[in-house]
Write a protein that binds this ligand. Structure first.
Ligand code: NAP
Length: 317
């Protein structure tokens, strides 16, 4: 039986990945900054809370990382922890950078130090690309990060690439475009829209206030994206992969579909709020996932309109 360790298991991806690995027959450990205090509500929601062994680990504390790896002796580590909100990263740039850059470096160093044959997956992000002027980004597209979050993710990406090349570590980065699910927290715009559409339809809320709705993104289904993470660590050679649906839509279209699902015209419900604009943003996010399809056999089945409907349905059920 293989053992996997997931940092940030309390989050959206951590919960779905844990579920997938359990189904694959893994012994699954998960870490949180404080496992005694965290409710792990996402794990409970998926009905797997009792099947996971939970530990506390602070990625910015090398001793904590080393101690955890030595105790658990995982075959695979999935590094999903860190301050994951682009918007919040403008307000907490140091915390964001440290949690990603120092956190990932500590994991890489601990693996190198112990000499254990641990495979590492690192959660990178399409935000690293910045504005590609509408061109689809692939694994060779240069990074031009436009937020503290993206700077942190780009730093961690190069740490992984460097340790792979310099020390032969089996370490991969998944450069994932946005992926959503019912487990997405409400501070993310997709869940904020879905919740508001349902609450306005039910008369519990009057208006929805949003920043720039002209931005375009590639939104996928989180349950499919964690499969790509798993597949990366099952390959013969470590490598980096762009994971996306390959289809880009305006946020306005996301809003339109969400409100029409509940029988409302979004134009009467959505107001713009300049306080919600980011200091810098990305106009168009577009990804080319053909390497993942060719090498991993991975292809997204669900596109943005499916994602919206499934998020709405989950809130109704
Ligand atoms: P998430 O729901 O926010 O979960 C991330 C976890 O990291 C949290 O549950 C939290 O666990 C931990 N965390 C939060 N703030 C932290 C901090 N300051 N320092 C250390 N740990 C912290 O994120 P997700 O959506 O599952 O995404 C997983 C990873 O993929 C993240 O690294 C994210 O940046 C990246 N990613 C996500 C997307 C996406 O669209 N979802 C796209 C590209 C990349 P505890 O509170 O239990 O410690």
């Amino acid at each position: 039986m293989k053992t996997a360790l997931i940092s940030g298991i309390s989050g959206q991806d951590g919960a779905y990945l844990a579920d997938l690995l359990l189904k694959q027959g893994y012994s699954v450990y998960g870490t949180s900054r404080d496992a005694q205090m965290s409710s792990f509500s996402n794990l409970s929601r998926l009905g797997i809370r009792d099947k996971i062994k939970l530990e506390s680990m602070i990625l910015t504390d090398f001793r904590s990382v080393l101690q955890t790896l030595t105790k658990i002796q995982p075959d695979e580590v999935y590094n999903l922890a860190g301050q994951s909100s682009v918007g919040l990263s403008f307000e907490q740039p140091v915390e964001t950078l440290e949690s990603m850059a120092i956190g990932t470096l500590n994991l890489l160093e601990a693996i190198r130090f112990t000499g254990a044959k641990i495979k590492l997956y690192n959660a990178s992000s399409s935000e690293c690309f910045g504005d590609t002027k509408g061109l689809p980004a692939d694994e060779n597209t240069p990074f031009r990060p436009r937020s503290p979050y993206a700077v942190a993710k780009a730093t961690a990406f190069w740490e992984v690439a460097n340790y792979r090349e310099a020390y032969g570590l089996f370490a991969c980065s998944g450069i994932l475009f946005n992926h959503e699910s019912p487990l997405r927290p409400e501070r993310f715009v997709t869940q904020k829209i879905v919740k508001a559409a349902i609450d306005i339809a039910a008369g519990k809320q009057d208006k929805l206030y949003l920043g720039d709705i002209s931005i375009q993104r590639d939104w996928g289904w989180a349950l499919e994206y964690v499969e790509a993470m798993y597949l990366m660590l099952q390959q013969q050679e470590p490598d980096d992969y762009v994971i996306a649906t390959g289809e880009t839509y305006a946020l306005e279209s996301f809003i339109e579909i969400a409100f029409s699902c509940v029988g409302l015209d979004w134009k009467t419900c959505v107001k713009s709020d300049s306080n919600l604009l980011r200091p810098t943003d990305i106009a168009v996010g577009r990804g080319n996932p053909s390497k993942a399809e060719e090498k991993l056999g991975w292809k997204a089945q669900y596109k943005m309109p499916d994602v919206v409907r499934m998020m709405i349905e989950a809130r109704h059920s």
